[in-house]
Design a protein around this ligand. Structure first.
Ligand code: ADP
Length: 371
């Protein structure tokens, strides 16, 4: 199958609106991820595509064929969940082979062909040596990879993967992500991947949809989502430490336009930033505006570097393997800068800061800022 399309799809559980008039089109051959916080509606979207949950309104298409009326079995999609659901009385081999033997699949593979398919997917996922074991003899991470292998052994219209590797430790996660990426290219089958982990989505996906309360905030390539977030929610959801969000307003002073937040903080804006900021102010009645800047885009130095530099005391330094995250306080709000070589800075020391305006964003306020 080449594509999956959702057209104005809404899902209500009783009065609870879980998915709100969503449309998107999966393009052939891409690795498409849906990310968002818990409760955003990610699993519900997959269940509706799989035919496990009916849509309340809207249409789902596989290629140009509307599948609303088809049962889950008729849709022929494979799903892997965060939970493993392995058959405890069967070996790992038999668990993985199980979908190939289901009579409704009409696959009727020879023993040799079945073995080839099971071993191939097990090999990809690094679990070939476990084929003779029972699930009880496996670790959580191994069970999760067996469950993934069982979903991916079939030839089907589409793979729907719902947090399939959430329980793996960091090292295994990386090797399983590598395997998944290779498998997706090899099989060429549609993969729609759900995760709450933005790093995973950025690493694996060709395109990402960011979901919030049943609606997409942005759909784009990882680069677009990271470098040009459409909303403060997207900026804040993606990045660690998250993108700084600073509320303020535009003021004019001596022919210059400044972004001012509280009494302590104002920076003169460059022309390009003024235009971007003014657009938001014009669209919003109260004149309030939110500046977004990633911690890596704030330069910290002991000396003043430009006429736009300003000075603030360090509130806290948290060390990281590659450097440190320095927190500053601004009118009871905090913002952070990532630096390399934290040894040169001390707590409460006053340092010079420079905001890289080429990589700053202006937003309407739509999320509450967490400290
Ligand atoms: P996510 O996968 O992003 O965590 P879900 O799709 O599981 O989100 O859930 C979206 C919303 O729908 C949540 O508010 C959840 O509580 C609600 N929900 C999910 N499944 C059901 C159900 N079977 N009955 C009632 N409400 C549900």
């Amino acid at each position: 199958m080449a594509g999956v399309k959702l057209q104005n799809v809404t899902k209500k559980y009783g009065n609870k609106l879980a998915v709100d008039n969503l449309s998107f089109e999966y393009k052939e051959g891409e690795f498409f991820s849906i990310i968002g916080p818990a409760g955003a509606g990610k699993s519900t979207i997959l269940k509706m595509i799989a035919g496990i949950e009916p849509v309340t309104s809207g249409k789902i298409f596989f290629d140009d064929y509307e599948v609303n009326a088809l049962s889950a079995r008729e849709r022929n999609v494979a799903m892997a969940f965060e939970t493993y659901n392995l058959y405890s009385h069967l070996s790992v081999y038999e668990n993985i082979a199980f979908p190939l033997r289901a009579p409704e699949r009409h696959e009727k593979l020879s023993k040799d062909e079945e073995q080839r398919r099971v071993e191939e997917v097990a090999d990809f996922l690094g679990i070939k040596r476990l084929l003779g074991r029972k699930p009880v003899q496996l670790s959580g991470g191994e069970k999760q990879r067996v469950s993934l292998a069982r979903a991916m052994v079939r030839r089907c219209e589409c793979f729907l993967l719902d947090e399939p590797i959430a329980h793996l430790d960091a090292r295994l996660k990386f090797s399983t992500q590598t395997a998944l990426k290779r498998l997706s290219v090899k099989l060429g089958t549609a993969i729609i991947y759900v995760t709450h982990d933005y790093r995973e989505a950025l690493g694996l996906s060709d395109r990402i949809a960011v979901l919030r309360k049943g609606k997409f905030e942005q759909i784009g390539t990882p680069r677009e989502i990271y470098n040009r977030p459409a909303t403060d929610f997207v900026a804040n959801f993606i990045g660690d430490p998250p993108c700084n969000l600073i509320d303020g307003s535009l003021v004019s002073e001596n022919g210059k336009t400044l972004f001012q937040s509280g009494n302590e903080f104002s920076i003169p804006l460059q022309n390009k930033s003024i235009a971007a900021a003014q657009k938001i102010v014009n669209a919003d009645q109260d004149g309030e505006i939110r500046l977004g800047i990633r911690p890596s885009r704030i330069k910290v130095s002991k000396e003043r570097t430009t006429e736009h530099s300003f000075k603030l005391p360090i509130y806290a330094i948290v060390r990281r393997p590659e450097g440190a995250v320095i927190t500053f306080e601004l009118d009871k709000c905090f913002f952070r800068a990532s630096v390399k070589g934290p040894e040169q800075y001390g707590m409460s020391e006053k340092v010079w800061l420079d905001f890289d305006q080429e990589h700053s964003f202006f937003f309407k306020k739509t999320v509450k800022i967490s400290k």
